[in-house]
Design a protein around this ligand. Structure first.
Ligand code: MN
Length: 422
């Protein structure tokens, strides 16, 4: 699938705020989300400028019927729509663009102000898998935790490394995050103790949302995997580094990651990102044939991380780009399905921490402060890791003939729950 009339840079909307310079949501974007207004059920909508187009209302009025007589926007989650054929996703996007078009559009279409709506988790997260696809991140972590001379594990250049995470604690942007408790054991401690994490971190990631499922036992190609991804969200894989370093061998991260994962509320569709596709970096070792990739499956997506202490203003602590990732989301999908693992509508694939090659492009505090060795300045103080009250905010934008954005993925740290009284 290539570009079509929904990517026309000249196209404008009758929703004036969608034509403003700097908006994340021009008529070329049209990301899907789930919202409510005081007293309403959860509804499916599309972001347009400062407004939300109410798809649940349009469907019940009969104006937009992606599944014919059956309703898909009444469920308060995107899953029923994401399970429809990919051709229906494209037809629906084209129909929404026509409805919002400055020329041929329908100015009576139901709109809600984003400022007056609450945004929710956009889809039911069926399963969550997290990968480790930035060579720079894997090298930095391997250098710190294992062996600087052999920072990359021998398998890393041959396959996308991942682990099965927890879908139960994937939450919408804005949900406060309690500092986790866990087993801690410093290098000089004789025995472990249980208590609040002292090295709480974020991981800047892109989440791929699976639309089209695969059949158990049946692998798919990279082109099929790319097309089966409905869209993408910004993802914060909150991480407890001290819990992680004690628990992660031999089976990988567990409680250090299971307590929370935040995602941005708008699912930016794969089709909206089409003009911003870019190839992954050159292969350093040839990949096995089942990992053959014939398309540019990364995105030229500029990402930013802000850290704001309680009562203080935000400081930008990282600027990076998804284009640096060694393994694309499509290739991670291929690898995941290659064993025969069934991929389901609503599966979420975290890209892995997005760290780039240059200074200022690192996607975690672990790397930015080099495991706490080099504190950074923020409003009113310094940070090695996250403190209670700190807010972390990710944003992302693609720039080409026009710009589209992802909105924000935010979370604020609450104190640990006192385990003795919990
Ligand atoms: Mn991660």
């Amino acid at each position: 699938m290539g570009r079509n009339e929904t990517h026309d840079p000249a196209r404008k909307s009758w929703v004036e705020s969608a034509n403003a310079a700097g908006t994340d949501f021009p008529i070329q974007n049209l990301p899907y989300g789930v919202f409510s207004t005081p007293g309403s059920d959860h509804r499916v909508g599309v972001a347009i400028g400062e407004m939300i187009l109410d798809l649940t209302a349009l469907e019940s009025a009969g104006t937009l019927r992606p599944a014919g007589s059956r309703t898909v926007f009444a469920a308060g989650a995107l899953n029923p729509f994401m399970a429809l054929p990919q051709t229906v996703w494209a037809e629906t996007r084209a129909a929404i663009a026509r409805l919002l078009d400055a020329g041929e559009g329908d100015r009576s279409a139901p709109l809600v102000r984003q400022a007056e709506a609450t945004l929710h988790l956009p889809f039911f997260v069926r399963s969550y898998t997290d990968f480790y696809a930035s060579k720079e991140h894997a090298t930095n972590v391997g250098t710190m935790f294992r062996d600087p001379d052999n920072a990359l594990m021998p398998n890393w250049l041959h396959m996308p490394i991942g682990y099965n995470g927890r879908a139960s604690t994937v939450v919408a942007s804005g949900t406060p995050i309690h500092r986790p408790n866990g087993q801690l054991k410093g290098p000089d401690d004789a025995t472990p103790r249980f208590g609040p994490c002292e090295k709480l971190d974020f991981e800047l990631e892109l989440g791929a949302v699976v639309g089209t499922p695969t059949t158990m036992g049946h692998p798919i190609s990279a082109a099929e995997a790319y097309d089966s991804i409905f869209g993408y969200v910004l993802l914060n894989d909150w991480s407890a580094r001290d819990i992680q370093v004690w628990e992660y061998q031999p089976l990988g991260p567990f409680q250090s990651k299971s307590f929370a994962t935040s995602i941005s509320p708008w699912v930016v569709t794969r089709e909206a990102l089409e003009p911003f596709r870019t190839p992954a970096p050159e292969r350093e070792k040839p990949l096995l044939p089942y990992l053959y990739e014939d398309g540019p499956n990364n995105f030229d997506l500029a990402l930013e991380v802000e850290l704001a202490p309680a009562g203080g203003g935000p400081t930008v602590i990282s600027r990076t780009n998804h284009k640096f990732m060694y393994y694309s989301s499509a290739l991670q999908f291929v690898h995941h399905a290659s064993s025969g693992c069934a991929m389901e509508t609503g599966d979420l694939l975290g890209s892995g921490t997005i760290s780039g090659p240059g200074p200022g492009t690192l996607g975690s505090l672990l790397e930015i402060t080099w495991n706490g060795r080099d504190p950074i300045s923020v409003a009113g103080g310094t940070r090695r890791f996250l403190e209670d009250g700190d807010g972390v905010r990710f944003t992302g934008r693609c720039t080409g003939d026009y710009e589209i954005g992802f909105g924000a993925c935010e979370g604020t740290i609450l104190p640990a729950v006192d385990f003795g009284r919990a």
